[in-house]
Design a protein around this ligand. Structure first.
Ligand code: XMP
Length: 557
């Protein structure tokens, strides 16, 4: 399969670069800049992209690359730090500017360059290029700048303060871009990446999810043979899609254990069972363990957040192991690991993020299996969603928002009781119902033709766009109701109440590392508030959380 390699210098948008390349239907993988040149050669990439990074390339000890990387005969595109490094290594000059250039910036491009879709380029693939406007805008974030081009290069774009906003040496197929084409603030950036991977590198664009499904079903069959596979199904997107894929490949050789810890959202356990259990649409063995009571007993009186997380994680492993023991030895333990997990655990690129507290509790120790199987290991989240749609998982499940492993355990501030779980579930269900309703109304008004009507009859790609991309601007990326530990006085009818306050949280975010409160229309919030107070017993007040991250987090515990 054709592959582009993204070499990671530790910048913050590195996964985004890889995602954008994949959106051009080109497969790519992220590797650290420390990866030996020999290994890169062996991978036989069709193109190489050098990412941004936090260092200054001229400083001692800065992340660097070998000049031979530019002599492989493979097209190279440097982005931000990558472009500076390319200049530095090949004999140009990079210096510190007086001011940091940061933010959205007007850009003038030389439209003859292949990067910007130029017809003048002598590429064999020129036909597939996408035109960029001569005047456009871009997202800049740099202190250093290229003050002298390396021999052989010409500048092909500039801004008022950056003479070399993009550069090329066509004879060697080397390109550099000072800004960030991968972020949405560079509206025509995707075209530039497309022009590089599809035009300059000549990739055919054969990375498609329907082909992925076909190929992985075949490779799972080959790997598993007659073996047995065990999967812990959480009902989240990743494990659900893994279950569906394995079910298509090996049917009843797969057993899914679904632990309902009593901290799921309202009706969620039944919804998961309806899809994957008996009478559902997948051929597999489904075991649901209703462990709520066990959890509530363990959690009684515990109010320290990390302790709650730990109990929930440990108890999960214990329940899962008990079920696994009933099943006996299996050959494979399946996991819904996805590509960002691989990269963030430090195996892919440079930007290892410590996520350990987000894991449900690691691998079970007492399950008898020979090997791990991770069918989604190469996919980004949106690719996992497309695979899910290809496999016939209902859109509601595929576009489920992220839900933490400890579930409502971290959305009930303080100690957990069955009553508090019910209040949180009911309030949250009302909130989700009303927001979904408002978004659906917006779609009916604002999307044209078939798109606006409903999701029926749409292709996988169309459905993906309708559910995921064509949303009102205020549509949060994650939202939920949390139960505060605050009780306050209220009046209901003629009576005084002394009840709990619900906090509504809703955030806009791209990577969940930073986030802002979403601007949900006030009338939607009012409807949610009045329904919660009228319908949820024990709640007499509703707050809306305006905090961004940082300084806040998305969850409240
Ligand atoms: P925070 O609260 O850290 O959340 O801003 C960032 C994202 O991670 C999710 N999250 C968790 N996921 N176990 C998980 O599996 C956890 O303990 C956990 N805590 C937060 C959160 O929902 C958000 O999407």
């Amino acid at each position: 399969m054709e592959k582009v390699i993204v070499i990671d210098f530790g910048g913050q948008y590195n996964q985004l670069v890889a995602r954008r390349v994949r959106e051009c239907n080109v497969y790519c993988e992220i590797y650290s800049y420390r990866t030996p040149l020999e290994k890169i050669k062996e991978m036989d990439p069709k193109g190489i992209i050098l990412t941004g990074g936090p260092s200054s390339c001229y400083e001692e000890g800065a992340a660097t690359c070998s000049p031979e990387l530019f002599e492989l005969g493979v097209p190279v595109l440097g982005l931000c730090y990558g472009a500076q490094l390319m200049s530095h290594v090949l004999g140009g000059k990079v210096e510190r500017a007086d001011f940091r250039e940061y933010g959205k910036t007007e850009l003038e491009v030389d439209t003859k360059s292949a990067l910007f879709g130029g017809e003048g380029s002598s590429l064999p693939y020129a036909l597939s290029l996408q035109k960029v406007n001569a005047k456009t805008s871009c997202w800049m974030s740099h202190f250093d700048y290229i003050s002298k081009l390396a021999p052989g290069f010409t500048s092909v774009a500039h801004t008022s303060s950056t003479p070399v906003a993009a550069m090329e040496d066509v004879s060697r197929n080397l390109y550099g871009i000072q800004f960030h084409p991968e972020v949405l603030h560079t509206p025509e950036g995707s075209k530039m990446l497309y022009n590089f991977v599809r035009g300059i590198c000549g990739c055919k664009g054969d990375w498609r999810m329907d082909t992925f499904v076909r190929d992985s079903i075949e490779s799972i069959r080959k790997k598993v043979g007659n073996g047995k596979v065990l999967l812990a199904l959480s009902g989240g997107v990743d494990s659900s899609v893994a279950a569906a894929l394995l079910s298509h490949a090996i049917g009843k050789q797969l057993t899914c254990v679904f632990v309902d810890h009593g901290l799921l959202r309202k009706n969620e356990g039944d919804e998961v069972e309806a899809v994957f259990g008996k009478g559902g649409r997948f051929d597999l063995n489904f075991v649901r363990v209703n462990a709520a009571e066990r959890y509530y007993i363990k959690l009684a009186g515990v109010d320290e957040p990390e302790r709650k997380r730990k109990i929930i994680g440990e108890e999960f492993i214990r329940v899962f192991e008990e079920e696994a023991k009933k099943i006996g030895a299996v050959d494979f333990l399946a996991q819904g690991t996805i590509y960002p997990d691989v990269v963030e655990s430090g195996l892919g690129g440079e930007s290892a993020v410590i996520k350990s507290h987000h894991n449900v509790g690691g691998l079970p120790e007492h399950v008898d299996f020979k090997e791990i199987i991770e069918p989604l290991r190469d996919l980004f989240k949106d690719e996992v969603r497309k695979v899910g749609l290809e496999l016939g998982i209902p859109a509601e499940l595929v576009f489920r928002q992220p839900f933490p492993g400890p579930g409502l355990g971290v959305r009930i501030l303080g100690d957990i009781t069955a009553e508090k779980v019910k209040m949180t579930q009911d309030a949250d269900a009302i909130y989700r119902e009303e927001v979904a309703k408002a978004a659906e109304e917006w779609k009916k008004e604002n999307l044209s033709g078939r798109f606006g009507e409903s999701k029926e009859g749409l292709s996988v790609d169309e459905l993906f766009s309708r559910e995921h991309e064509f949303n009102p601007l205020w549509m949060p990326d994650q939202y939920f109701a949390a139960l505060t530990n605050v009780r306050s006085v209220g009046v209901m009818g003629d009576e005084r109440t002394y009840d709990y306050a619900i906090a509504l949280r809703a955030v806009k975010t791209v990577d969940f590392m930073t986030a802002e409160a979403a601007d949900i229309p006030f009338e939607v919030l009012q409807t949610v508030m009045s329904r919660i107070i009228n319908e949820v017993r024990g709640v007499n007040r509703v707050f809306y959380d305006l905090t961004s991250k940082p300084p806040g987090t998305i969850e409240m515990e």
